[in-house]
Ligand binder design. Structure first.
Ligand SMILES: [Zn+2]
Length: 426
């Protein structure tokens, strides 16, 4: 296959590209035959006409590269992943053993995932919580002066739940503190970039519904949200089942994670209040795909399929209604490998009925403009970091094309990926 080497932008070098198709991460229509100028730090120019001469080398009249059969779009943002878990490990006993490792061991296992993520095209990850400090350690590494090749990472540290209720493997209880304010303050002191709440339990697959009462009242959610705001932190809520989703919405969280069984009137409230939705199809799909290992019988599998179909219908409705949809895979969950599971999630969103362009926006600009990340990425726009993907296999013709040969540009350095990692260690 013919390969076009994308020049790295080292030193003060500016590179002018002309590409056949440019997706900026936000617009619904691509730019055709678009021009872009970037250096190692940032995107300097984007437009349908050539850049102004004062932006270029003296006398430069032609682009450094003319890539008329290429599509360019922002690097991908994984908005829901648990770095402390290895999603690719399919043996339930080994998974259970993994969880018993020390925080230091869990961190050591998480580190090699970072560079692989960049090479897959995932340039940012919102960690969704663990109580062993793995996500926080990676967030600190990202902010440090000796940051290795890694995606942007931020983390809530330990999620917040109620003692004895769902989530003890990734959360610490509110009951450890005498008030919501103190609970949030302790998370912030530990380094939390945002606050993760667990107001509900999970789906009872045997019953095909969320059968447990929500853990938190609306008032409890609201108090935690208010406390988080005083520290300038966003909140994201694990919420499935319409009763618990209602409490998360009314409590004023920034995003609803999972959101299985969300109702249309709740989607309307989310749209009106700018609450984002991260639907995470992958972990439930993996339960179907590995039903035998999980010990699910035909009835459970049929429940799972019904849940996924209903979730797909809600996703399409949410898109049509104008709810902000953000892609996250819940990587680390059973069968959901870091990076690879995210590419799979995007395919599941497309299969659910979202247009490919909407899926790309959910994986780029939607998160970039709503989740208050500390770096500017996820859009092709002047001032944003030089983190983008170039490919001859346009994702507009099918999101599965994201797995095919592509170049990932990360802060001026180009990486070529023409194969995908197996899920070992991811
Ligand atoms: Zn999660």
């Amino acid at each position: 296959m013919e390969r076009v080497p994308i020049p790295s932008a080292t030193g003060g070098r500016k590179i002018w590209l002309c590409v056949g198709t440019l997706l900026d991460g936000v617009s619904t229509k691509p730019l055709r035959n678009a021009h872009m100028v970037y250096d190692r730090n940032q995107i300097l120019f984007v437009g349908e006409n050539p850049p102004p001469a004062d932006m270029l080398k003296a006398g430069q009249r032609e682009p450094d590269l003319n890539l008329s059969d290429y599509t360019l779009f922002p690097g991908l943002i994984e908005a829901h992943a648990h770095f402390f878990l290895e999603g690719g490990e399919l043996d339930p006993d080994k998974r259970a053993a993994c969880l018993k490792q020390t925080p230091g061991e869990l961190q050591r296992l998480a580190r090699p995932r970072l560079e692989k993520l960049v090479r897959l095209g995932v340039i940012a990850v919102r960690d969704a919580g663990d109580k062993d400090g793995v996500g926080l350690a990676l967030s600190k590494l990202c902010a440090s002066s000796d940051r290795p090749l890694m995606p942007y990472v931020d983390s809530p540290g330990a999620a917040i739940h109620h003692k004895g209720r769902y989530g003890s493997f990734m959360a610490e209880p509110m009951e450890d503190f005498s008030s919501s304010g103190q609970c949030v303050a302790a998370r912030v002191k530990a380094g939390a970039d945002r606050i993760k709440l667990i107001p509900t339990g999970i789906i009872n697959f045997k019953k095909g519904a969320v059968t447990a009462e929500p853990q938190m009242t609306t008032e409890e959610v609201r108090e935690l949200v208010v406390a988080a705001k005083t520290f300038g932190r966003q909140t994201f809520a694990h919420a499935s089942g319409d009763a618990g989703i209602e409490r998360a919405i009314d409590g004023g969280v920034d995003s609803v994670e999972h959101g299985f069984f969300v109702r249309a009137d709740q989607l309307a409230k989310m749209r009106d209040r700018q609450i984002a939705w991260v639907p995470t199809f992958a972990p439930v799909q993996e339960q179907v795909d590995h039903a035998e290992v999980m010990g699910w019988d035909g009835e459970v599998v049929s429940n799972l399929r019904k849940i996924l179909d209903q979730h797909a219908a809600s996703l399409v409705k949410a898109h049509e209604m104008g709810v902000r949809i953000i892609a996250g895979s819940d990587a680390g969950s059973y069968g959901v490998a870091h990076g690879i599971g995210f590419l799979n999630e995007l395919e599941l969103m497309e299969r659910a009925g979202l247009p490919a362009a909407a899926v790309i926006n959910a994986a780029t600009g939607a998160g970039s403009s709503r989740l208050a990340f500390k770096e500017k990425f996820g859009q092709i726009k002047p001032g944003f970091l030089s983190r983008f993907i170039l490919t001859r296999h346009s994702p507009l013709e099918g999101v599965a094309n994201l797995r095919k040969q592509r170049f990932v540009m990360f802060d001026g350095t180009a990486f070529e990926s023409d194969e995908n990692f197996d899920s070992t260690g991811l």
